[in-house]
Every structure is written in structure tokens, then in C-alpha cells.
Design a protein around this ligand. Structure first.
Ligand SMILES: Cc1cc2nc3c(=O)[nH]c(=O)nc-3n(C[C@H](O)[C@H](O)[C@H](O)COP(=O)(O)OP(=O)(O)OC[C@H]3O[C@@H](n4cnc5c(N)ncnc54)[C@H](O)[C@@H]3O)c2cc1C
Length: 302
């Protein structure tokens, strides 16, 4: 057990030290999390930023989960891949099998900040932060990923967009993605206003599955950096249509209509709506092209 120096308090306030706990197993971590004032520590990047805000009290105890063996693996079964919540984004980015099967995930994690930041940030920490501008949740929402969520007394499955429903005694154990059938393609687009690493102006993930005639059996699109994001755009009516430029234009129109961006330094809401349409078009086009490529030999049965 280590006590972290709370640093100087904001004038007129006091700050207690935070205790750092390093459990050896998932069960022990869940028991520690059940105590009042305890919070999960993943890579610690978000917590460190928060400690700079001297007005806000920190958690009484941080339960470190990023090194737990149960949370550190990327494991494949016949039907799905499970990515442990403690896996660093840099490790996910380097996973060659994931890049073949779900390139949307590789592209999204690889677009986060810099190598150095990606070596620290955990997938669970990135999702649990519940930030609509984060990249991996957008890709995972488009791919239909689910979260395995545990507490000392419960296990439940949430969608990625439901991460803000996590209880204080809960943690994300892993993120699961079904292995897609052949003729499925996916792509992630992150629009940076300055063209260098930063949070997205808009970010979009797309998944397309084609039948033998070139019609869409699956169309999924998720948009980030908007109110309530990541927002999954309803494209069910377009299923069965041939995936051509007219369909992709319609997807782009629906993406802009279904999302509510906000004004900030990266652009006005009106400008971002136009960028959402444009980057939805690009993500869908790349996903559709990938769906036409020869199968990588790792697809699930249709
Ligand atoms: C310079 C810089 C640039 C960045 N750029 C980007 C970017 O371009 N794109 C992007 O997506 N992000 C970006 N980030 C943000 C970064 O991804 C987040 O701060 C992320 O939340 C940090 O993850 P962590 O593992 O360090 O989490 P921590 O700081 O450990 O935790 C973050 C939050 O998640 C909770 N938590 C952690 N693990 C779990 C779990 N397994 N289950 C439940 N709750 C958990 C914690 O209690 C805390 O509330 C950037 C950060 C920095 C410093």
C-alpha cells in the first residue's frame, strides 16, 4: 500500500492523501473496490490529469488493475475476441491478427495521441472515462462491441455507449467483439483540424458486410465528438441496397442529421456537421472497399 502525496491544496480547502492499492487478482480488486471512496486505476493518465485540478477532491483509494493477469490478454475463441480492459492501446495497435480482422480498432487506437501516451493508456480507462471525443469507443461502438462488467457481487454486459452507467464498485473486465464473417470491411476516420495529434474534431467508424451481389447485409456507423457520443446511426432501412456512391451519400446525410455536434475551438457545430457527413462518406467507402477484398481466412461462419 502506498500513500500518494496529495500536493498543495487550493487555498481554503484541504486534501487527503490517496492510497494506492495493488491487488494480485481480479477477485481481490473487486473486494477492494466495494469500499467507499475507492476508484479503479488503469494506466493512470486520466487520474493524473485530474489531480492537477486542486479544487476537486480525489478518491480515497485507487485500486490498480492495469497489471492484473485476468485483464491483460487479447484472447481469441471461435466466435469472438476478448480484449482485457488492462491491455495498453499500444499493445492493441501492434496486434497483427486484430489488424487483419478488425482494422477499425487498430486504426482508432493508433490515432490516440502519441506512442508514449498509447503505451500507458488502458482500453478500460479510455472507455470508462466516458469522453465523447475518445477514439476507441467510436470504433468499438460501430463494430458492436460489448463490455463485460464485474463487481464483487455481479456480472453484466453493457454496450460501449453505456459506459457512463458503471457503478462505483464496478470495473470493465474486457471488451468483446464477434469475429466478423467474410466479406466484412471496417474503417475508422479521425479528422484533426491542425493535422497533428490532438483530440478529434469529428471521428467516425464504419462497418460494411456485403452479400454476393454487392448488397449490404450489414451497415454500421458510429460518430464521436458529438452530444451523447458515440452515437450509433440507425441505417437499418438501407440494408439490402447495393453499396454504391448513392448509398454512401445517403449514409453521410443520415449521419449528419442524427448527430448534434457542439461549438468549440475546433469548429462550429454547423461546420462539424458538414465534416461528419464527409468523414462518414470516407469511412464507409474504405469499409466497403475492404469488404470486397479477398477474405483474410479468419472470418466466422455467416
Ligand atoms: C496528451 C494526451 C493526449 C490524449 N489524446 C487522446 C486522443 O487523441 N484520443 C483519445 O481517445 N484519448 C486521448 N487521451 C485521453 C486518454 O485516452 C484518457 O485520459 C484515458 O481515459 C486514460 O486511460 P488510463 O488507462 O490512463 O485511465 P485512468 O486514468 O487510470 O482512468 C480513467 C478513468 O477510467 C476509470 N477506469 C480505468 N480503468 C477502468 C476499468 N477497467 N473499469 C472501470 N473503470 C476504469 C478510472 O477510475 C477513471 O475514472 C489523451 C490523453 C493525454 C494525456
Amino acid at each position: 500500500m502506498t500513500a500518494l502525496d496529495p500536493g498543495p491544496p487550493f487555498p481554503g480547502t484541504s486534501r487527503d492523501p490517496t492510497v494506492l492499492l495493488t491487488p494480485r487478482s481480479l477477485d481481490e480488486a473487486l473486494r477492494l473496490l466495494a469500499a467507499e471512496g475507492a476508484a479503479v486505476l488503469g494506466g493512470g493518465v486520466g487520474h493524473t490529469l485530474r489531480r492537477h485540478d486542486r479544487r476537486r477532491p480525489g478518491p480515497a483509494a485507487l485500486v490498480s488493475v492495469g497489471s492484473l493477469p485476468e485483464l491483460r490478454a487479447i484472447s481469441w475463441s471461435g466466435q469472438h475476441v476478448a480484449i482485457g480492459a488492462g491491455v495498453r492501446l499500444g499493445t492493441i495497435e501492434a496486434d497483427e491478427r486484430l489488424a487483419r480482422v478488425w482494422p477499425i480498432v487498430t486504426e482508432a487506437v493508433g490515432s490516440v495521441a502519441t506512442d508514449r501516451v498509447r503505451r500507458l493508456v488502458t482500453l478500460g480507462g479510455n472507455i470508462a472515462a466516458g469522453d465523447d471525443g475518445h477514439d476507441p469507443p467510436v470504433a468499438l461502438a460501430a463494430a458492436g462491441a460489448t463490455l463485460t462488467v464485474r463487481s464483487a457481487s455481479s456480472l453484466r454486459i453493457l454496450r460501449v455507449g453505456e459506459a457512463n452507467e458503471l457503478g462505483e464498485d464496478e470495473l470493465i473486465q474486457d471488451v468483446r467483439l464477434l469475429t466478423p464473417p467474410d466479406r466484412t470491411g471496417s474503417a475508422y476516420e479521425k479528422f484533426l483540424v491542425r493535422g497533428v495529434w490532438e483530440y478529434a474534431c469529428v471521428n467516425v467508424g464504419a462497418v460494411v458486410r456485403l452479400d454476393d451481389a454487392g448488397a449490404a447485409r450489414r451497415l454500421s456507423l458510429a460518430v464521436g465528438s458529438v452530444k451523447g457520443g458515440p452515437v450509433t446511426v440507425d441505417l437499418t432501412e438501407l440494408r439490402g441496397d447495393v453499396v454504391d456512391s448513392a448509398l454512401i451519400d445517403e449514409v453521410a446525410r443520415r449521419a449528419a442529421a442524427a448527430t448534434r455536434p457542439y461549438n468549440d475551438v475546433k469548429g462550429s457545430a454547423e461546420y462539424k456537421s458538414r465534416m461528419i457527413a464527409e468523414f462518414s462518406r470516407r469511412a464507409m467507402t474504405r469499409a466497403a472497399r475492404r469488404a470486397e477484398e479477398p477474405p483474410c481466412g479468419e472470418g466466422a461462419d455467416p
